[in-house]
Every structure is written in C-alpha cells, then in structure tokens.
Design a protein around this ligand. Structure first.
Ligand code: NAD
Ligand code: DAU
Length: 353
C-alpha cells in the first residue's frame, strides 16, 4: 500500500525491533508506535538515528499490561501490529524461565486478545487492511543433523525453555487465525547478526572479549551450525510479509549462510587482526573451549524458498560483507556497548558456562 499507515511495533528497543523501526522511518512514510518495556535488552540509544522524526512515537509499556495496551490501541488506531517483544536469549532461559513464560506466552496471549477486540471494532477498509505479524524463530523446529532444512511444514520440536515459549506463542497466534478469523501472519527466522545486538549473543561477545584481551568462549567443540542473516535483511522481510503476505500463512526467513560456530569465531578474529592488530600474537589465540550449553541444538538451516518465490524477498548482504560491517560497527560504537551494559548487565558474566 502507498498510503501512510500506523505500524504498532512491540519490542522496538531491542536488536531486531530497533532495526525494523529505523527501516520503517527511513524507507517508508508510515508512523511507528514503539511499545517496549525496556528490560535489560531494550535500549533507546539504538533508536537515536531516528528519534527526531515526528512519525516516531515511543511508549514504555509491558505487553502483559491489559489496560495500557488497550489504551494504546484506542489512542493510536494502528493498521498493522508487528510483535517482536520477547525474552530472546537461550542461556538466560536455561538459568531462569519464568520471564520467558510471562512475556513470550502470557504477553503474546494478552496482545492477541486485545488486538482481536480492537480489530473487531474496526470497519470498512480499516478492517480489511489490518494485519498482525507474530515474529518468531527457527528454533521452534528443534535441531537438524548434518542434512536437511527447516520448511514451513516442519513439525515443531522445541528443546529449550526459550524455544518452547516461542513455539507456544506461535501456536496461540495460529489458533487466533483459525478460531477467530483474526488476520495473523507468522515468520520464523534464523540467527540474526549486525549492529546494536546486545553483547550476550555469540557475535558481539566474541568481538568484545577479543578487544578486551579475554578468553573467547566457544561452547562444546564449536561444530554447532547456525544459519546467519544480516538484521537489516530480516527487517525488510518482516515489513514485506506484513504488507504482502497471505493472511494465516507462515514464512521462514533465512540467508543461506550456514556456518559452524568456530568458523564464525575465527572469521571475526581474522577481521580484527586486520582492523585492530594486536601488539603480539593473534586474536585466535584467545579462543577457549568451554562447557557446552545444556540441550545445545546441533544445527539450524532455513529453506527460505517460500518467501523468495511468493514475495520476491531475498537477502542483500552476504555473510562476508555483513560480518565485516558488523565488526567495524562495534569498533566504532564501543560507547553504545558501554551504555547498554553499564547498569544491569555485567560483561563479567559473559562466557561463564
Ligand atoms: P532482544 O532481546 O534484543 O529485544 C527484545 C525487546 O523486547 C527488548 O527491547 C525488550 O525490552 C522488549 N521486551 C521484553 N519483554 C517485554 C515486555 N513484557 N513488554 C514489552 N517489551 C518487552 O530480542 P531480538 O533479538 O531483537 O528478537 C526480537 C524478536 O525476534 C523476538 O521475538 C525473538 O524471539 C525473535 N527472533 C530473534 C532472532 C535473533 O537471532 N535474535 C531470530 C529469529 C527471531
Ligand atoms: O535461531 C534464531 C535464534 O538465534 C533466536 O531465536 C534467538 O533469539 C537468538 O538468541 C539466537 O539463538 P542462539 O542460541 O543460536 O544464539 P547465541 O548467539 O546465543 O548462540 C549462537 C551459537 O553460538 C550457539 O550455537 C551457542 C554458541 N555460543 C554462544 C555464546 C553466547 C558460544 O559458543 N559461545 C557464546 O559465548
């Protein structure tokens, strides 16, 4: 649609949400309402590039808060909801799952209920164009061996508290479509990387540990495989699915970039050797194999042919160019890393397996 719309984004102060909000403000003329609780993972610093836009509105709010979310739907009358708010880190879900159940399952349920009530109050064209995009992960499909790919038809087989909570929320979203004719779309994406990723996830952990001269923690033997997608390619895919996807459908999103963790870690080390050479030795020397993650899924790989063929989306960034840009971004934005970790999250905790 070429008409200016209002997009209601949850979790827009997080890694992927902030990339989506920056994309929407820069590349469309839509208005964005960003509702985020600002947990340890949410940072308004990630929105500084677009905060000045008069089409951007931030509200600090919890998706579990019925009155507040209802009030926001009434006040802003969104045309599209893109739901990213979640607890997102697998290791934290192993240490304590309660917040994952609360936000990912109860929060998604609350949002579906209130969005459905709001949708049913709409009329005419406003009602016809309304969509709710539930943003999810490939981890709901479980793990693969050396062969094969996750398709939209792959059975669910979540294995961590995080992925079980996301699987649960996907089932709820799909149920709201089948039971209530509520216009839901679902996306399941592979591992994202890029600027503004919180330094608890593999790639920023490796970059920062390397720069700090500390051990670079690799879980197990480093042969687990992840399928990496540059975050801006994901943001573009999300908006495309929200606009052009078929209601009730699921779209897998991935970049055909399967890498063993150890390959990713070594690639980052060699980029750093080039950009920020050490006085003596190489960053690789800091690599340390540590105790494996319990229930560590072996391999993820996405078959993205549905979104490519039906919606004409494909990734623009290669892993080689994307990882270089990402390392350079962290070198240029150490102040962002310090700002987002200073209060409630200690860099010291990183790597304690
Ligand atoms: P993130 O942890 O960086 O950000 C999550 C955001 O949600 C934060 O800003 C946080 O403050 C907010 N939030 C948490 N609880 C909330 C609540 N109760 N109410 C309102 N806001 C709340 O996560 P991310 O990596 O950007 O992931 C975003 C979404 O994409 C998640 O749903 C995740 O499951 C999904 N996803 C992530 C990846 C990935 O590789 N990171 C891949 C596929 C799918
Ligand atoms: O596949 C999509 C998922 O990708 C998202 O749904 C999650 O929100 C996101 O966190 C991510 O999950 P992973 O567990 O794959 O990401 P993480 O960065 O935590 O780990 C990537 C791989 O690297 C994994 O095999 C574990 C390993 N690892 C991770 C860390 C933090 C290490 O070897 N060392 C580390 O210090």
């Amino acid at each position: 649609s070429n008409k200016s719309e209002t997009v209601f984004v949850t979790g827009g102060a997080g890694f992927i949400g902030s990339a989506l909000v920056r994309y929407l403000i820069r590349e469309t003329d839509h208005t964005v309402i960003n509702v985020d609780k600002l947990t340890y993972a949410g940072h308004l610093e990630s929105l500084e590039p677009i905060t000045d836009s008069d089409r951007y509105h931030f509200v600090q709010g919890d998706i579990c808060d019925k009155e507040e979310i209802q009030r926001l739907f009434d006040e802003y009358q969104p045309d599209t909801v893109i739901h990213l708010a979640a607890e997102s880190h697998v290791d934290r879900s192993i240490d304590g799952s309660a917040e994952f159940i609360r936000t990912n399952i109860v929060g998604t349920h609350n949002l579906l209920e209130l969005a459905k009530d709001y949708y049913e109050s709409l009329e005419g064209e406003r009602k016809e164009i309304f969509r709710f995009l539930h943003v999810s992960t490939d981890e709901v499909y479980g793990e693969l061996g050396n062969e094969g790919f996750f398709k939209e038809t792959t059975s669910y087989d979540p294995r961590s508290p995080y992925s079980a909570s996301k699987a649960s929320s996907d089932h709820l979203a799909r149920a709201w479509f089948h039971t209530y004719d509520f216009p839901v779309l679902i996306t399941n994406c592979s591992n994202n990387y890029g600027p503004y990723q919180f330094p608890e996830k593999l790639i920023p952990v490796v970059i920062l540990k390397a720069l700090q001269g500390e051990d670079i923690p690799v879980y197990g033997d480093g042969t687990n495989v992840r399928d990496w997608l540059y975050v801006d390619d994901h943001a573009r895919a999300l908006f495309k699915v929200a606009q052009e996807g078929e209601i009730g459908e699921t779209y897998n999103i991935g970049g055909h970039n399967e890498k063993q963790n150890i390959e990713v870690v070594k690639e980052i080390c060699s980029i750093l050797d080039e950009l920020r050479p050490k006085a003596t030795g190489h960053y690789e020397d800091q690599i340390t194999f540590v105790t494996d993650r319990p229930g560590h899924d072996f391999r993820y790989a996405i078959d993205a042919s549905k979104i490519e063929e039906e919606l004409g989306w494909k990734p623009e960034e290669t892993f080689e160019s994307g990882i270089k840009k990402t390392v350079q971004w962290y070198l240029d934005n150490i102040d962002w890393c310090e700002a987002v970790t200073e209060n409630n999250y200690s860099l010291e905790r990183l790597g304690t397996a």
